[in-house]
Ligand binder design. Structure first.
Ligand code: FEO
Length: 399
């Protein structure tokens, strides 16, 4: 297990987790990586560690370049266990002179590992540390991804070590964006944003503004998951600008589930209406959906149409479960509408409309509910609903 040279004196020394398929509920269909970086200078610095279980892989990769005991500084950009799970083992192995981290990171590390005697040194945005020929500039990024998070910028290398931000759960033999399939990479980066970063979009937007104000020249972005952006770092920055501003694509996503196919018939009729307006449409039945994948479509779709039959005065459990997950990720900027069938009480459409309002969607139709089975008139109304959503999506996306 060897280190990979990233730039002069900078090495990737992380771990590849090819087989992880469930990352606290996130379906990591392509595995992931836990990236750590080693900078050789007068003061040798390690940036982040790895998940517990991958300590030896990290230490072997470091050992392919230097004796780990020669490391002087450890920078902890983020304390979530996928990056700090190996913290104690690594500190014991490298015996650093200093461990740089934010105040929240120190409190978090102590709450996890209870190691008061380690040589912690708290840093804030604007703090700088010289390693010899280079400078480490710290930028606090609270809530991207946890309250403790920060990034480290190395101006002499025009390199940003960005912890979770700009990452992707994507295991590959290539370490760089130009080593892998671009479409796959962007797909995984979008999925990562939608399922991890989306709730913190206002903070991302502010961070991007700060980076502009600081005039940071960035030739390379080294995130803690997935590949290093060396060929086209501007691409992922532009996507983060788009996603964090809730700019969506002209697409309508119909998310529904069904008991006896009545709500499904309505879903297909809504889809026909969107087709008629020549707007891209995706239809997703929640009983067979992968929530993680679906959130990428939520991130990117301007239109969001929800369907559920009424069950026990509420929504189908598959629908209510996904809606709870989606609400926590705080989607914004949607054009919405709802539909569903019922037998006797029929609350589902009202509940779906309330949900759309809670996520601040623009609701463009009162919603359609039908007792038992939709007839031709109801299906025709569903087509009209689809058309109405698609028309508004076109208006907003062309504005
Ligand atoms: Fe990859 Fe928030 O940890």
């Amino acid at each position: 297990m060897k280190a990979v040279k990233v730039r002069e004196d900078l090495f990737w020394v992380g771990a590849i987790d090819w087989n992880v398929r469930n990352f606290h509920g996130y379906s990591t269909v392509r595995g992931t990586t836990y990236n750590a970086f080693l900078l050789l200078d007068e003061k040798i610095t390690l940036f982040d560690t790895v998940k517990h279980g991958f300590e030896e892989e990290l230490l072997k990769r470091i050992s392919s370049v230097i004796n780990p005991e020669k490391i002087d500084y450890l920078v902890i950009n983020h304390i979530e266990p996928d990056h700090a799970g190996a913290f104690v083992r690594v500190v014991q192995a490298i015996k650093p002179e200093k461990i740089f981290l934010t105040r929240n990171a120190r409190l978090g590390i102590l709450a996890h590992f209870h190691q008061e005697s380690f040589p912690f040194e708290e840093v804030k945005t604007g703090f700088e540390v010289r390693t010899g020929k280079r400078t480490l500039k710290f930028i606090e990024t609270p809530m991207i991804h946890w309250p403790d998070s920060m990034m480290t910028y190395i101006p002499e290398e025009k390199t940003l070590i960005s912890q979770d931000a700009f990452g992707a759960h994507y295991a590959s033999s290539g370490r760089f964006d130009d080593d892998v399939d671009t479409c796959e990479l962007i797909q995984e980066a979008a999925k990562y944003y939608a399922n991890i970063v989306y709730p913190y979009s206002p903070q991302v937007n502010k961070l991007l503004q700060t980076v502009k104000e600081m005039n940071l020249e960035i030739e390379m972005i080294c995130p803690d998951h997935g590949v290093i952006w060396r060929k086209n770092p501007d691409k992922i920055v532009a996507l983060y600008e788009k996603w964090s501003s809730y700019v969506c694509d002209p697409m309508v996503l119909i998310i529904y589930d069904t008991m006896w196919k009545s709500t499904e018939k309505m879903a297909y009729a809504v889809m026909e209406g969107v087709f008629e307006e020549s707007v891209e449409v995706k239809l997703c039945k929640l009983s067979v959906a992968d929530w993680t994948e679906l959130m990428s479509d939520v991130l990117q779709s301007r239109g969001l149409v929800l369907g559920s039959p009424t069950l026990n005065n509420g929504l189908l459990p598959t629908v209510s479960g996904f809606l709870t997950y989606m609400k926590g990720l705080r989607p914004r900027g949607k054009v919405g509408a709802a539909f569903g069938s019922y037998g006797w009480s029929g609350e589902a459409v009202k509940l779906l409309n309330q949900y759309l309002q809670e996520i601040q969607a623009e609701v463009v139709h009162d919603g359609i509910r039908v007792k038992y089975v939709p007839d031709e008139k109801v299906l025709s109304d569903c087509v009209e609903l689809g058309r109405k959503v698609a028309q508004r999506v076109k208006e907003l996306c062309s504005a």
